[in-house]
Design a binder for this molecule. Sequence first.
Ligand code: F6R
Ligand code: ZN
Length: 195
Amino acid sequence: MREDPFSFDIQGPNYIPSEYDNHIQRKLSSMKGQYLNQVAYNDMLYQDDVLLYQVFELKRQEVEGELLHGISIVHPGKVGDEYFMTKGHYHTVLETAEIYFILNGQGYIVMETPEGDSAVEELTKGKVLYVPPRWAHRSVNIDSEEDLVMFFVYPGNAGHDYGTIETQGFKKLVMEIDGKPEIIDNPRWTSPEGK
Ligand code: F6R
Ligand code: ZN
């Protein structure tokens, strides 16, 4: 890991950083229970364990004061009528924020707090999105052809809590209804605090 200042490039059309240390590939099989239409999920998985999204990370020490950063690329597609999306998570250290800069594509970021507050922001190329401390976050690609590409940066000590979202899901879902993206209430959502 480099201790001196450094720079790197992120260029289209593929937006893969010119330097990275980790390449994470998340496939359909890692999203069990997350999509509303479980029949569509199982049918699709039976055909092929498709690649939903990729993350390219630059390694930094996971300590306060460091900034973890990299690129996430959510590919276009749907499971049933629900768009390809990231798993989503809380930061283990809840009081840590995150910034996204959207480099390509269009979509939504779905967010919520442990208290059950919910927010959805539209993502378009060139937009900066600030996720405040305490807000779980998931990105969703609504384009039928383009990758949703985002640069992210967050504190080194944040950590990831995937378990809460795996158990509860998000309060809001982004589905295609009559050919358009719609934000709907997740019928299977239960509040983390049982509210
Ligand atoms: C890091 C962060 C993003 C995500 C990436 C993939 O805290 O929010 O870099 O890691 O968008 O999403 P997950 O981690 O939910 O699979
Ligand atoms: Zn995060």
